[in-house]
Write a protein that binds this ligand. Structure first.
Ligand SMILES: C[S@@+](CC[C@H](N)C(=O)[O-])C[C@H]1O[C@@H](n2cnc3c(N)ncnc32)[C@H](O)[C@@H]1O
Length: 239
């Protein structure tokens, strides 16, 4: 599965929240909006606004994709720890599944607060609170957490999001977990998630153990007994 497909899947999890928060943050009246860590443009490509849209990412490959998926966006290659924009130059600055990946999330939040009047982090997971049922599937949570750590992420950052915003001087308007209860994964999503998992775990977990988990997962889903919940947090505020 390519990166953009994966990001589109994650974008679906937060679509309702983004509609609600962008409305509260005044997207309709905004003139300049920035996504920090915009990746392939899964989120920027879904925003409908007369505002000038900007995207920044560290890596050239996702930016090249972003240019295709969000054609009218101004893109910059740069580091979220040192945003190359003047103070208060955006009405809204947001990120989506970014802060868990950066070296110093507080510094990035401070930078977002410096350049924006309203700051939103839509989705930061906390894998320490992950729930897997039936219990035989619990090793999967541990394996996936370790895989994220190997790739350089902090899988527990979600629990620290609100405090990080406060420390960055952002006056919190609202924070909490994203409501995902009742949302069932489609068969395609399930296949895609397993494709990512199999590639992340290869070489670290025995192939037969992975396939055994996949089989247990599939059986549990078929009988309606599968629970997979990773609490994922949002926060937004003003500077
Ligand atoms: C999980 S992806 C999310 C992409 C996009 N926000 C989305 O949700 O579809 C995280 C992105 O953050 C970028 N990133 C990581 N560290 C960064 C940094 N220090 N500065 C800017 N971008 C960074 C990565 O290159 C990647 O494209």
């Amino acid at each position: 599965m390519n990166e953009h497909t994966r990001y589109l899947q994650q974008a679906a999890w937060t679509r309702d929240l983004r509609t609600y928060l962008f409305d509260k943050a005044g997207l309709a009246g905004a003139r300049r909006v920035l996504e920090v860590g915009c990746g392939t443009g899964a989120i920027l490509g879904e925003i409908h606004t007369p505002a000038a849209l900007h995207g920044l990412d560290l890596e050239p490959e996702p930016l090249a994709q972003c240019q295709i998926h969000a054609v009218s966006v101004s893109l910059t290659q740069g580091d979220a720890h040192f945003l190359p924009y003047p103070n208060r130059s955006f009405d809204i600055v947001y990120c989506h599944f970014l802060l868990l990946w950066v070296e110093n999330p507080l510094q990035v939040a401070c930078e977002m607060a410096r350049v924006g009047r309203t700051v939103i982090a839509f989705a930061e997971p906390d894998y320490s609170q992950r729930v897997d049922e039936p219990p035989e599937l619990r090793p999967l949570g541990k394996w996936q957490t370790e895989a994220l750590q190997r790739k350089g992420a902090n899988p527990f950052f979600g629990a620290r999001l609100a405090e990080t915003f406060r420390q960055a001087g952002i006056r919190l308007e609202e924070t909490g977990p994203i409501q995902t209860s009742g949302r069932k994964r489609t068969a395609e999503e399930w296949e895609n998630e397993w494709a990512v998992m199999e590639s992340d775990l290869a070489g670290f977990v025995r192939g037969e153990d992975i396939q055994n988990m996949k089989r247990l997962d599939e059986e549990a889903r078929r009988r309606g007994g599968r629970v997979l919940h990773v609490p994922t947090f949002f926060a937004w505020g003003k500077t």
